[in-house]
Design a protein around this ligand. Structure first.
Ligand SMILES: [Zn+2]
Length: 227
């Protein structure tokens, strides 16, 4: 059983969008796993083998329990979403029974990111339906939370990742075939500046933005009072 299951379209997306929050969850004692939907084999840089290796070394930096790859077809994912793709993700949700699932935001210039968002969103739905026989028993997650890649949203909340920004950087730079300089990681504008910007909105050094479609339940004022 996991607390947080993070899905990424390509082998570097989870850390690009949520690397700080992932490490923060691990440090807080939560059980976190990452599943990449594709191996990024259609990317201009790197090969499937190199990218899978880089993803594992990034996972070590983040400190997660495991990182798997579903092996869905990179590049083609954005062309056509199949029932098999949705059920493959739904099975993983049932297998690991996470409380929270992280998925990429559904508006993005990369069709694979858009498709992944839809696949994961639908998978979370089918994972909870008892009458769909998907290898494991049904599982209902508590919250589906979206992170940013190339798209931007008005955040539902911003997580303070100041203490974990270095680890996010190390994880991203583990993808040596993809990135040479951290200051030149664009999504589509500099990632560092994006995190500084979100940090500034909550008065900290670095922040990561998240969005939820469902309302977040607040049962105690203390939940939303920081100090
Ligand atoms: Zn990607």
């Amino acid at each position: 059983m996991l607390d947080v299951l993070v899905f990424g379209p390509h082998p570097d997306d989870a850390e690009l969008g949520a690397g700080g929050a992932i490490t923060k969850a691990v440090v807080e004692g939560l059980k976190v796993g990452i599943i990449d939907l594709t191996a990024g084999e259609m990317g201009t840089l790197g090969t499937k083998e190199i990218r899978l290796k880089e993803a594992q070394s990034a996972a070590k930096k983040l400190g997660v329990e495991f990182r798997e790859n579903l092996g869905l077809p990179d590049g083609y994912l954005g062309l056509d979403i199949s029932q098999e793709d949705i059920f493959a993700v739904a099975k993983k949700i049932r297998q690991y029974q996470p409380k929270i699932v992280l998925a990429p935001y559904w508006i993005d210039r990369h069709p694979d990111h858009v498709a992944s968002s839809e696949i994961i969103t639908k998978a979370a739905h089918y994972a909870k339906l008892k009458k769909f026989k998907l290898e494991y028993p049904q599982h209902k997650i508590q919250q589906l939370i979206y992170y940013e890649l190339n798209g931007q949203f008005t955040p539902s909340f911003i997580m303070d990742v100041s203490d974990f920004f270095e680890r996010k950087k190390e994880a991203i730079m583990s993808h040596k075939s993809q990135f040479k300089e951290f200051s030149k990681v664009y999504l589509p504008f500099p990632l560092v500046e994006r995190c500084v910007y979100y940090g500034s909105l909550i008065d900290v050094s670095f922040g990561e933005a998240f969005m939820i479609r469902d309302s977040l339940k607040v049962d105690k004022w203390k939940t939303i009072i920081n100090k």
